[in-house]
Design a protein around this ligand. Structure first.
Ligand code: SF4
Length: 423
């Protein structure tokens, strides 16, 4: 269930059924405007809908005006401990301000920020962190960290509502994946406001991506979460954006760019597929259309499960084949596979998304495929297909064993011993 309420960060709708928005955060010193803008443009190109910048000092708040004016995507100012900076960020035109009401100096200062946010129509992201819960929740945090996080978030929401402010989204940050999942599930049932999801300090590109995919993916699959940020320990914020998109694409929540399918390889592999897959993935980054491209490590399966791919390659020792939608297009030397694949993709786009076939080349490729197919081999793909067929057969047997349900005849259904009578 997506949140009931919707807010807008600049032109980007958050919650209320809007597509899940991808966020990241710049890693530069915000006041260093040149490098900050370079990074903002890079993450926008990678697909970030919104970007957050740290505003720990006066000069960062001052830089905001110029950054907001130049940025191609909305800017969120990230403020801690200092309500004056929050006021300055709103005045500078930040599209949203992120703060934890518990750490900016008490209710009066929160009220001051809210008053200006209302006046300027600036939304806030209000949140709680597992590392900085209010003192009165410390014991609860020890006994039940999930309940403590949710309680802190609900107290923050109540404070916003007491101040008659509803233009906000909520985040609860924890380094623990199970606690992130449990707390957001609980909070989503209790409040109507949009939720920002993230696993805080997730780690390196490898471990952080996995933790985020498990934590955020689980919630998103349940329909919880309106905006996400993947926190990775890398200067390259665009990597966070790419991971966020892979999660959304895997769940079919949003589409962006091509989808690459590649077999896991096995002992039947006859060419250096690792290098080929990396090269194909790199070159596909230049395309925006969501075409599906498949790379198979051998031809013993034929085109098999990659039959639906818009384009694909499969290789053997010296030769490989390019195909489209299950039909061979041409046979080429292995070292030219990638270049020829992209030539075919470019011809397809140049012809208004029509696959270009040369019948002589296709016939030659079909012959090559027939020579290399080997239906005696028990490949991973064939085992999966056999398992699926066996499951279908078992279903059919079970169905045939079930007695068809007798139609219910109200006239002959028993009445003895019941509290009503038909007479
Ligand atoms: S049998 Fe399947 S997994 Fe093994 S190399 Fe061929 S396509 Fe890849």
């Amino acid at each position: 269930m997506s949140s009931k309420r919707q807010i807008h960060v600049g032109p980007v709708p958050i919650g209320g059924g809007a597509p899940v928005a991808v966020q990241t955060m710049t890693k530069t010193e915000t006041a260093n405007i040149g490098p900050t803008m370079d990074q903002i443009r890079t993450v926008a190109d990678a697909g970030a809908d919104i970007v957050r910048v740290a505003v720990p000092r006066e000069q960062d708040a001052e830089a905001l005006k110029s950054i907001v004016a130049q940025s191609p995507i909305p800017i969120i100012a990230d403020i801690h401990f200092n309500h004056t900076l929050a006021l300055k960020a709103i005045e500078a035109g930040a599209h949203c301000v992120r703060l934890n009401p518990g750490n900016i100096g008490g209710p009066e200062k929160v009220a001051e920020v809210i008053a200006l946010a209302k006046q300027r129509g600036t939304p806030l992201r209000v949140g709680v962190n597992s590392g900085s819960l209010p003192k009165h929740l410390r014991q609860l945090e020890y006994d039940n960290p999930v309940e403590a996080l949710v309680t802190a978030a609900i107290e923050t929401v109540a404070l916003m509502e007491r101040l008659d402010f509803e233009n906000f989204k909520v985040s609860m940050k924890s380094t623990s994946v199970p606690n992130t999942i449990a707390s957001n599930r609980m909070l989503a049932e209790r409040i109507p406001y949009p939720l920002h999801l993230g696993v805080t300090e997730a780690g390196t590109k490898w471990s952080g991506s996995l933790k985020s995919a498990v934590g955020l993916g689980t919630l998103l699959a349940d329909g919880i979460g309106d905006t996400i940020r993947i926190s990775l320990s890398t200067f390259h914020a665009e990597e966070e954006v790419k991971v966020a998109w892979e999660i959304l694409k895997a769940l079919k929540l949003r589409e962006r760019g091509p989808v690459l399918i590649a077999c896991p390889t096995c002992g039947r592999l006859q060419f250096d597929m690792d290098t080929v897959v990396v090269e194909v993935e790199r070159r596909l980054e230049a395309y925006e259309d969501p075409i599906e491209v498949s790379v198979l490590g051998c031809a013993v399966n034929g085109i098999g499960e990659a039959r639906h791919a818009d384009f694909g390659i499969t290789g053997a020792k010296d030769m490989g084949m390019i195909y489209s939608k299950g039909e061979p297009l041409k046979k080429v030397p292995t070292e030219q596979l990638v270049n020829e694949l992209f030539k075919e993709i470019d011809r397809y786009y140049a012809a208004g998304k029509t696959v270009q076939r040369d019948e002589t080349a296709a016939a030659e490729a079909r012959r090559w495929l027939a020579e290399n197919e080997d239906d005696t081999q028990l490949t991973p793909e064939r085992i999966a297909a056999m398992e699926a067929a066996a499951a279908d057969e078992a279903d059919a047997v079970l169905e045939s064993m079930l007695e068809p349900a007798a139609p219910l005849d109200e006239e002959i259904s028993p009445v003895a011993g019941r509290r009503f009578s038909r007479s």
